[in-house]
Design a protein around this ligand. Structure first.
Ligand SMILES: Nc1ncnc2c1ncn2[C@@H]1O[C@H](COP(=O)(O)OP(=O)(O)OP(=O)(O)O)[C@@H](O)[C@H]1O
Ligand SMILES: [Mg+2]
Length: 353
């Protein structure tokens, strides 16, 4: 496959294998996204009811009472933590790996490859994923892709937008916040940081605040996530946020404006510290350019007023700061990965048997 002419038979795809959402962008024009959930019917009754062996995304969550539900990458499993750190058994890890594989297979199905095409995929990983984590990500694509390359998620975002220098990318996902400074070459280890104070962590903080406000209400983490995605904000002023929680079987209305603000603001200090670290250790002559070009992406970047709050914090800590938002946070990672797939010479690819 060294010779370019033979590449006609290759479908390139970029996959953003997110903790909460998996998106694909393919060279045949397909753009698809699915929530990163995989469900397997619990028993013969649920199998009969659901009429399939595996469910994905929203459908898996909606049918969560009838399926064993997996979020294969939650809490960094596979992606950035050593499985041993999680106290998971071999069997648990095996199940998460096979759910990850099924999810990659589903992503690929959504990309609608032709049978006679080789499939070359670039997959995003957290900025500070270890070698072992990358190996696990590659393993999850075996039997699905013909060749694979793993690249850091924030780098993929920057590459897709052709912001290859003087840019600090911050990708606020569900499992991780990934930061990467771009200076015209492939980023090195010291150019990147991964924080775990991301969307899932925020859901837990919000849950604790809501529980404090409504101690007798039963609130699910899915409900908290829905509320966050609808109302998340960090600004001083806001329209009142009123929601219904179920208390002893009865819907009760609560005003949670202050709780939402307080919770969402919790993600700011770790990000500001990380920005400070990456800017202050950069070549002095380029520090101003870097802090004037902070690019915010990922689902968490949609928190209302976040850019402004980060700018204010940078102003205080570093003298100035300017934040720009990615236009298409849903596909920025997958689009960038696809672009890399197109550009990468043959020797960068790992061929899978
Ligand atoms: N409007 C919103 N305000 C705040 N958070 C939001 C909003 N919409 C989505 N999110 C959150 O963004 C996160 C998902 O973002 P994204 O799809 O970029 O993550 P991911 O790529 O799946 O995760 P990771 O990159 O960590 O693996 C979730 O935590 C989700 O709840
Ligand atoms: Mg992501």
């Amino acid at each position: 496959m060294e010779d370019k002419d033979k590449k006609e038979g290759i479908l390139y795809i970029g996959i953003d294998l997110g903790t909460s959402r998996t998106s694909v962008a393919a060279s045949n024009g397909v753009r698809e996204t699915v929530w990163s959930y995989v469900g397997y019917p619990k028993d013969v009754v649920s199998r009969k009811l659901l009429k399939k062996d595996v469910l994905f995304g929203k459908e898996a969550v909606e049918k969560r009472l009838s399926v064993n539900l997996y979020r294969p990458f939650e809490e960094g499993i596979i992606k950035y933590k050593a499985a041993e750190d999680k106290g998971l058994t071999e069997a648990d890890i095996e199940k998460h790996m096979s759910a990850a594989k099924d999810l990659v297979r589903e992503a690929l199905r959504l990309a609608k490859p032709r049978k006679d095409e080789y499939i070359y995929g670039v997959i995003g990983s957290p900025a500070q994923a270890s070698f072992k984590n990358k190996e696990a990500i590659i393993a999850s694509t075996k039997g699905v892709l013909d060749a694979v390359m793993v690249c850091s998620e924030p780098f993929a975002v920057a590459y897709g937008l052709e912001l290859l220098e003087d840019t600090l990318v911050i990708d606020i996902g569900a499992g991780t916040v990934d930061l990467c400074r771009m200076h015209g070459t492939m980023p090195a280890e010291e150019d990147q940081l991964t924080l775990t104070t991301a969307g899932d962590w925020l859901d837990k903080q919000l849950m604790a605040l809501f529980k404090k406000k409504a101690p007798n209400a039963s609130i699910s983490i899915h409900q908290v996530k829905d509320i966050k995605e609808k109302y998340a904000f960090v600004a001083e002023t806001a329209e009142p946020i009123r929601v219904e929680f179920i208390e002893s079987g009865l819907p009760t209305v609560y005003d949670i404006t202050n709780e939402v603000r307080e919770g969402c603001r919790m993600i700011v200090p770790p990000i500001v510290q990380a920005i400070h670290k990456l800017v202050s250790t950069f070549e002095p002559d380029f520090q101003v350019k870097l802090r004037e070009n902070v690019l915010l992406g990922g689902g968490g970047s949609q928190i209302i007023g976040l850019g402004r709050v980060l700018e204010d914090a940078m102003q205080k800590m570093l003298g100035s700061g300017r934040v720009i938002q990615v236009d298409e946070p849903k596909y920025a990672g997958a689009n960038g990965a696809l672009k890399m797939a197109h550009d990468m010479p043959e020797q960068y690819w790992k061929k899978l048997g």
